[in-house]
Design a protein around this ligand. Structure first.
Ligand SMILES: [Zn+2]
Length: 332
């Protein structure tokens, strides 16, 4: 077939998810592979471009690749595609767009993974329901994205929406960004695991000790959440503490943005009671006139939010067919 297609790539510190879409927005194929970031920049680029070639060869060998959209971690410039810093990948000032265009010989657009996930949930998760939407993801770290009047707000350097790094507790735990007491250092999966390890080292959390049998490296947020769901009081306390901090973060966002919706995603967000807990704190701590119409909602796209955001961005960048219709628009 002679379709126009695009590739989306969600580049993470541990995994790369790539997908191929036709110009009606249908996914033709996708695949998840490990990033293997320790092997360095060139190797990661090779894995990304190799994955696109593989998907194209398998699902769309005859079709014309119109462009590639990449979601990358860390603050970056969406115009130039320069990644300022991505600690998980050990990257600093990487001209990702330029390097990929050089290899692929098609137009490439690069955006922050949080921005793209926000755009994905806005466009496909809750299609056009909320023009003023904030996306908050809680997993290993905490990230986010800001949709204002249907468009991503990126700030002057492309770094807006780093919700995980607002200071919540001035002398709190050290964060991956170097600051102290960031939301991410208090309420992410990593933070919950670290708090649990500290409790265990003080001889507390007998149930958790029982599960990991002295091997504290095995402690992660999933284990704590499972124990909490099973009714273990100490685990419940840790989860409630994290949810309380998340609620404070969300309340700050409500007072700052007065959004229609805050969509919460990421691995930790599946914990039962998290959304309700956040909602409770938001009610207590933000202006009631600003939270009255607010909806706090679960992300609908799961781990594909970033990938679907790549498709949504392609719709804003690529015009196709003779009519010049935006890429990815479904047939009427
Ligand atoms: Zn931070």
């Amino acid at each position: 077939m002679n379709r126009e297609i695009m590739a989306g790539v969600d580049l993470g510190g541990t995994k790369i998810l790539a997908g191929l879409f036709d110009d009606r927005g249908q996914m033709l194929g996708k695949r998840l592979i490990p990033t293997e970031a320790v092997r360095g920049l060139e190797a990661v680029l090779k894995r990304m471009t190799g994955l696109i070639a593989e998907l194209k060869g398998r699902h769309a060998p005859e079709d014309k690749l119109r462009g590639v959209v990449v979601g990358a971690p860390g603050p970056l410039n969406g115009e130039t595609g320069l990644v300022y810093e991505a600690p998980n990948l050990k990257w600093r000032d990487v001209p990702l767009r330029e390097m990929l265009q050089e290899i692929l010989q098609v137009p490439v657009w690069v955006d922050n993974d949080g921005n793209l996930a926000a755009l994905g949930e806005y466009t496909y998760g809750y299609p056009q329901e909320y023009r003023m939407l904030l996306y908050l993801t809680v997993s290993t770290g905490i990230g986010g994205g800001i949709i204002i009047d249907g468009e991503v707000y990126r700030g002057i350097d492309g770094g807006a929406g780093e919700f995980g790094h607002m200071t919540i507790v001035p002398e709190g735990p050290v964060c991956s960004c170097g600051n102290r007491g960031c939301l991410e250092a208090l309420a992410s999966g990593t933070a919950v695991a670290r708090a649990a390890r500290e409790e265990v080292s003080r001889g507390r959390m007998a149930a958790l000790q029982e599960v990991v049998k002295g091997c504290t490296e095995k402690i992660d947020a999933r284990l704590v959440a499972e124990l909490a769901a099973a009714g273990d009081g100490e685990a419940v306390h840790l989860m409630e503490e994290a949810i309380g901090y998340l609620g404070i973060g969300a309340a700050n966002l409500v007072n700052l943005f007065n959004p229609q919706a805050i969509v919460i995603g990421g691995g930790v967000s599946g914990y039962r009671g998290l959304l309700r807990g956040v909602e409770q704190v938001v009610k207590e701590r933000s202006y009631s006139s600003l939270s009255r119409r607010l909806k706090i909602l679960p992300a609908r796209l799961g781990s594909e939010a970033g990938l679907m955001g790549c498709l949504a961005l392609a719709g804003r960048k690529i015009k196709c067919g003779v009519s010049g219709r935006p890429f990815g628009m479904p047939a009427d």
